[in-house]
Design a protein around this ligand. Structure first.
Ligand code: DX5
Ligand code: ZN
Length: 220
């Protein structure tokens, strides 16, 4: 599977989101990663379905909605009708993961589960057929610009081996602290989608990083 890059708009200029999305698209991004925070599961409040809906006609990018919200079931349909192609929910936010994933699919989107750094991969054991994507959080959710937590590398490798063993097409996304320095180990561990926020929008040569990350797969 060729490596995909999903810049996170969390570190973009929120007064100019349309241009920011066009900029990442022009620089070779595959997906746009939308961080949804509710001020409850995580302290910050960020974007809601209206923002997704406003951006939908502005881009052809695959819209990857990462819900860091309590009771995600209540918001799934709204994000899908707003235009999200994929809805990922945090495993820690629902006692009914299987049901929530089925709800995402029924609404017409791809379904993903995100695991906090301390959440074991075992939670995926009986839901594999429902998973279009697993998102391994490599920082604690809630903010951009944090440092990569290297202890998640074995978890990425383990999940990658499970996907391979079961011959699934499930994407393995890694989110948090991804940059030029941390990416090689993450790619080697088996990630197929890299999220990068501050390294794309706030660092020097950030836009060039999108292409550089995609090429890294070939030189490792
Ligand atoms: C954190 C979010 C991330 C965030 C990553 O809770 O899920 O998507 O934007 O930001 P960086 O790439 O700066 O760590
Ligand atoms: Zn995210």
């Amino acid at each position: 599977m060729s490596l995909k890059v999903a810049p996170s708009l969390l570190s973009a200029d929120f007064s100019n989101l349309r241009e920011e999305v066009k900029r990442i698209e022009a620089n070779g991004a595959d997906w746009v990663h939308l961080d949804v925070m509710d001020g409850h599961f995580v302290p910050s409040i960020t974007i809601g379905p209206v923002v997704v809906q406003s951006l939908r006609p502005q881009t052809n990018l695959f819209m990857d909605a990462h819900l860091m919200v309590s009771e995600p079931e209540d918001h799934i349909e709204q994000f899908v009708s707003a235009g999200a192609d994929l809805v990922t929910i945090q495993a820690e936010t629902t006692a009914h993961l299987d049901r929530a994933l089925r709800k995402i699919k029924k609404a017409g989107a791809k379904a993903g589960v995100a695991l906090n750094p301390a959440t074991p991969a075992a939670v995926l054991e009986y839901i594999w057929p429902l998973l279009d994507l697993v998102l391994v959080m490599s920082v604690n959710p809630g903010a951009g610009g944090q440092s990569f937590i290297p202890e998640v590398l074995p978890k990425i490798a383990y999940i990658s081996s499970q996907i391979e063993r079961r011959s699934l097409n499930t994407e393995l996304e890694v989110d948090g602290g991804v940059n030029r320095e941390t990416a090689p180990a993450i790619i080697r561990a088996g990630a197929t989608v890299l999220v990068a926020g501050s390294a794309v929008f706030k660092a020097e040569k950030g836009m060039a990083l999108i292409g550089d990350l995609k090429n890294m797969q070939n030189v490792l």
